[in-house]
Design a protein around this ligand. Structure first.
Ligand code: GAP
Length: 542
């Protein structure tokens, strides 16, 4: 029988993925073993950190080729780059008011660290997931999809190292019993991972409860995996875990996928799905939750150099994805993990970070996981997970390069980065300048006179035709100026207005959200107009 507590391969530290939380806040120093900031893809290429980027050419009839804009050099002062919005409350309030995100179980007072996506939020997040799937699976020949179960054999998490080491350092106040993540307490900003592992760190730094100044306990490791029971008997033998990452589903299905698809290396398995972590200190809205969604891709390659090359190729691609969907390049950067910060499975890790209103934080991690996962699963399960390369006649365990993004964090980032307030003719205009592909509604159809049944009827005909292709909405609950403002605030790229003249000449007015220009087109051309615009705006070659 396998001892669940001791089978985990290796004893290394396992990171929870919130790598940026443990960062010292300061500039890069070559002699400093702490996290390293990687400059622009261009600069990194020049320095040999990243080899050539690689946006394949594509047919001229499709959208514009996305060039990879340079990323601004990381500044020694983390506040040198201003966030898109100074105060997160602006976004939280917009999200609640307009139906993007609601607190979960609100009528019962809410439940910490879980959020519900409302009518607009679910559209936004679905669009983000679609955009990721398009870039990572649909438009590639070397990546296929998978949807593995959230519940897996408990041995998976022992072998993967999560049972043994998927933990954060927790301290507790002796007075108020509040619990904190050690590395999030004020005064721990400059701590290294070695400091964090020091059992005497609370005494050494004279740390106290930030709420009542009470004495804090020595740190202890707190495992982040949620447990539940499978089947009718609730005992130790029935324990299963809610997965803390989707990646393991791809590893345990490696052989199934390879044999059923006949894929040759290098190839990838992509998954989108819920993951769960019992975070000690969740927060910052949907940034850190206990139930969240990941978009992860495991790329299987030849060992050693094969993984180094793939790692360097995926870095600029993942950065380009965020930029292509509108995130301002200066608010994005790469950050490399210091050796003592690396997750137990990682040989190398670089995060894509975004300048959130609460600081530079991880959006996505790119990891060279070596043969950690497949090697351990092969050893413990006894299954042969080797790959046979007919060209070289070699048998080997492939290495893995992983791109691990969060769907909630990505949607949150697109929302924040798109937000702007403008003054138009002396009035404040709030606009979500979000990429049309991500916008919840693509078109709003609005009557200039809702008392004229022929106008309303034409509106509905246009809207119904649009709905066969895309998300469209009809609204007549205010005057036209107010209707435009409401659509601007939720990021609808186009508004179509039907007026009295439309009944005579069959033309309607299309108003552009960003330029606020208006043009008259035939009512029966509206759907074609919108789908052409969407197609032209869609990034390709990512
Ligand atoms: N399979 C590797 C892995 O899970 P990670 O860096 O721990 O790596 C990947 O997580 C991404 O998942 C993060 O970059 C982040 O976008 C998202 N993520 C992780 N924990 C999260 C949380 N508590 N709430 C929301 N998103 C989270």
């Amino acid at each position: 029988m396998i001892d669940l507590a001791t089978t985990a391969a290796g004893g290394g530290k396992l990171d929870d993925g919130e790598h940026a939380r443990r960062l010292p806040r300061g500039g890069p120093d070559p002699a400093d073993p702490r996290p390293r900031l990687v400059a622009t893809p261009a600069a990194a290429r020049a320095s040999g950190t990243i080899r050539g980027t690689v946006l394949p050419s594509a047919p001229a009839t499709r959208g514009p080729l996305v060039e990879l804009p340079p990323v601004t050099e990381p500044q020694p002062d983390p506040n040198a780059v201003a966030p898109a919005v100074a105060n997160l409350d602006v976004i939280v309030s917009l999200a609640k008011r307009r139906g993007f995100v609601f607190p979960s179980s609100e009528i019962y007072g809410g439940i910490n660290a879980v959020w519900d996506y409302g009518p607009l939020g679910v559209e936004l997040k679905n669009n983000v997931k679609r955009a990721w799937w398009r870039a990572m699976v649909q438009e590639r020949d070397d990546v296929v999809g998978l949807d593995a179960g959230i519940l897996m054999h408990p041995q998976v998490w022992v072998t993967s190292g999560h049972v043994g080491s998927f933990s954060d350092p927790l301290v507790e106040c002796a007075t108020c019993r509040r619990r904190y993540r050690l590395d999030e307490l004020p005064g721990t900003e400059e701590l290294t991972q070695t400091d964090i592992k020091d059992p005497g760190i609370v005494e050494r730094l004279k740390l106290a409860c930030p709420v009542d100044g009470g004495k804090l306990s020595a740190p202890r490791r707190f495992n982040l995996m949620f447990k539940t029971y499978m089947g009718p008997v609730e005992d130790e033998t029935a324990i299963v875990y809610l997965r803390p990452e989707t990646a393991q589903g791809s590893y345990v299905n490696f052989k199934n996928v390879r044999e059923s698809t006949r894929k040759k290396l290098p190839f990838g398995i992509a998954q989108i799905g819920k993951s769960f972590r019992n975070e000690i200190s969740p927060g910052n809205f949907v940034f850190r939750m206990r139930e969240f969604e990941q978009m992860e891709m495991q790329y299987f390659v030849r060992p050693g150099e094969g993984a180094t090359t793939a790692f360097e190729e995926w870095l600029p691609k993942r950065m380009a994805w965020y930029q292509a969907y509108g995130v301002i390049p200066s608010r994005l950067r790469f950050r490399e993990h210091a050796p003592d910060e690396l997750a137990h499975y990682a040989k190398k890790a670089i995060d894509v970070e975004y300048r959130f209103p609460f600081g530079w934080k991880e959006l996505e991690g790119i990891h060279n996981r070596g043969d950690w996962d497949l090697g351990n699963h092969a050893r413990v399960s006894g299954e042969n997970l080797e790959y046979f390369d007919p060209a070289t006649e070699e048998h080997f365990i492939p290495w893995v390069v992983e791109t691990a993004a969060g769907a909630d964090r990505a949607a949150f980032t697109f929302l924040i980065d798109a937000y702007r307030e403008e003054e138009v003719r002396g009035e404040k205009r709030v606009v979500l300048g979000i990429h049309p592909d991500l916008a919840p509604y693509k078109v709003a159809v609005l009557p200039l006179l809702k008392k004229r049944p022929e106008i309303v009827e034409l509106c509905h005909r246009i809207k119904d035709d649009l709905k066969r292709q895309t998300m469209a909405v009809y609204d007549d609950t205010a005057a036209i100026g107010k209707l435009y403002r409401r659509q601007d605030e939720i990021g609808t790229p186009w508004c179509v207005t039907v007026d009295v003249d439309s009944l005579e000449d069959g033309k309607v007015t299309v108003r552009d959200r960003d330029a606020m220009t208006q043009e008259r087109i035939s009512a029966d051309q509206v759907t074609r107009y919108v789908t052409d615009k969407l197609d032209a705006a869609r990034p390709r070659g990512l």
